[in-house]
Write a protein that binds this ligand. Structure first.
Ligand code: ADP
Length: 179
């Protein structure tokens, strides 16, 4: 007989390219609600990413190491299958806008059809961070490193700023289907 899924265990899945203050806020709050929280970094070879999965994993680990009930893992394939493979009953997601809600609602219905035992739980973004997205970070990063450096601390954990500036100095490193 298979073990029942743990309803006190949540997995927060996303690209985290890179981990922002908005993600960190959801993780802090999720870690207070659930006994255990895994941050699952999705590797999608068809999606262009700024950071490699190893880089995203190592930055997230640095930022989240003070949280004792949080661990970071990478996965490929379907997020809902990853959540099940962890033996967690909850998929955690954050929502910022009405557009997020629409997209996330559709995704959660698809996930429920695939794995009815996994519940998706949404946390509303903190209003301080609701405007932050990885797309915004990439736009700021493209302003040039001096201007970017002054703004990035409003959006990113300090451990992520230097690796991002290094990436900019080296001319970026977009990974996608061709790389
Ligand atoms: P994905 O590509 O799966 O959307 P992201 O890394 O962009 O991955 O986001 C992961 C999750 O975190 C999603 O549920 C997204 O809505 C949520 N999220 C992203 N940015 C924020 C933010 N600033 N505040 C709260 N939640 C956020």
């Amino acid at each position: 007989m298979t073990e029942p899924l743990d309803s006190r265990f949540a997995v927060y899945v996303g690209s985290f390219d890179p981990l922002t203050l908005g993600h960190q806020d959801i993780i802090d709050r999720g870690a207070r609600i659930f006994d255990r929280l895994t941050v699952g970094i999705g590797i999608n070879p068809d999606k262009k990413s700024l950071f490699s999965s190893e880089e995203r994993f190592s930055m997230a680990n640095m930022v989240l190491s003070p949280l004792k009930n949080v661990e970071v893992k990478c996965f490929d394939g379907l997020a809902v299958e990853f959540v099940k493979s962890c033996n967690a009953a909850i998929m955690l997601r954050g929502v910022r806008t009405l557009t997020d809600i629409e997209t996330e609602f559709t995704m959660s219905l698809a996930n429920r059809a695939l794995e009815p035992a996994i519940e998706t739980v949404f946390l509303m973004a903190n209003e301080k961070y609701s405007h932050i997205s990885s797309t915004l970070i990439k736009q700021i990063a493209s302003m040039g490193k001096d201007r970017a450096a002054t703004h990035l601390k409003e959006f990113l954990p300090s451990e992520v700023i230097e690796p991002l500036l290094v990436k900019l100095r080296s001319g970026g490193n977009q990974r996608g289907p061709q790389s």
